[in-house]
Design a protein around this ligand. Structure first.
Ligand code: ADP
Length: 260
């Protein structure tokens, strides 16, 4: 592996699936909780396949125009400015739409003809129809547990994608991720993973989200740079997870149990 490919520790056969989708021009949907490695995976695959990567974080205030492009006034002239999706289509990039379930329906409408055999982007305002350049691939992600019922992906949209499910990796793998990402030693990595398992296992605390691999990576970095483990777990894991003082205390107790 070359140095400029972002490091990604494969958890299953996701690399193989991605490569086959790329080869067969099939759009791919990554499903899984925040911080479980979806973005890193896409960064890794884009670099490994030698494709540029264009990432868009979808919000409910993102319009199709934001993504496709608009006319702007510059120096007294009206010029066309491509949005990220048009750029990706022209470049033959990997287009990664993060949190697709947040996207408005006008955005989904734009993506449909891009994701199927047409591989076309209709740029209405510029009166142009772009055919995706060789190498273009559409990848989307979403987190089904997040704000359930508020945001779901329509079945008709889902059926347009090949699907891969991400989750927090098995303890041994997550430990390797922590060590590989931060250089923390095996004993610390093992404890952080054990702590995460404990917190992920308790339902009665009513946490909106479980601690992600991302939180563990940040905490491992703090410990690696010399911050005392108890303080690192408090600021790196407990604080980001809750505002409730009682829950924070319960989580703090768990941290202190693991890092005694
Ligand atoms: P998501 O896109 O699912 O929200 P990210 O890809 O941003 O999550 O992952 C968060 C962080 O966790 C990454 O920056 C990386 O440090 C780490 N990470 C998670 N899974 C892996 C993995 N399998 N290999 C390498 N790093 C990982």
């Amino acid at each position: 592996m070359t140095a400029d490919i972002p490091w990604y520790r494969a958890v299953g056969q996701e690399k193989e699936v991605f490569e086959h989708c790329y080869r067969n021009r099939l759009p791919l949907m990554l499903r899984g909780p925040t911080g479980s490695g979806k973005s890193r995976f896409v960064e890794h695959m884009a670099a490994a396949l030698g494709r540029p990567l264009v990432t868009v974080a979808a919000h409910d205030d993102t319009s199709a125009t934001d993504l496709v492009g608009r006319w702007i006034i510059k120096g007294g002239e009206t010029i066309w400015q491509d949005g990220p999706v048009s750029r990706a289509v022209r470049q033959g990039a990997i287009l990664y739409i993060d949190e697709i379930a947040e996207a408005r329906s006008d955005v989904i409408v734009v993506l449909h003809p891009l994701g199927d055999h047409r591989r076309r982007l209709f740029v209405e305002r510029h009166d142009e129809e772009l055919e995706a350049a060789e190498g273009f691939m559409l990848v989307v992600s979403w987190n089904p547990g997040y704000q359930r019922a508020l945001r779901e992906l329509k079945p008709s949209t889902r059926q347009r994608f090949v699907g891969l499910t991400f989750d927090y990796p098995a303890p041994k793998v997550e430990q390797e991720v922590l060590m590989g990402e931060t250089g923390v030693d095996a004993a610390v990595a093992k404890r952080l993973v054990a702590l995460a398992a404990k917190i992920r296992g308790v339902d009665h605390l009513g946490l909106a989200e479980k601690p992600s691999t991302r939180l563990l990576v940040a905490t491992a970095r703090l410990i690696r740079s010399g911050l005392a483990p108890r303080l690192a777990t408090r600021v790196g894991i407990v604080e980001p997870l809750t505002d409730d003082p009682e829950i924070a205390e319960a989580l703090g107790d768990l941290c202190n149990l693991v890092f005694d």
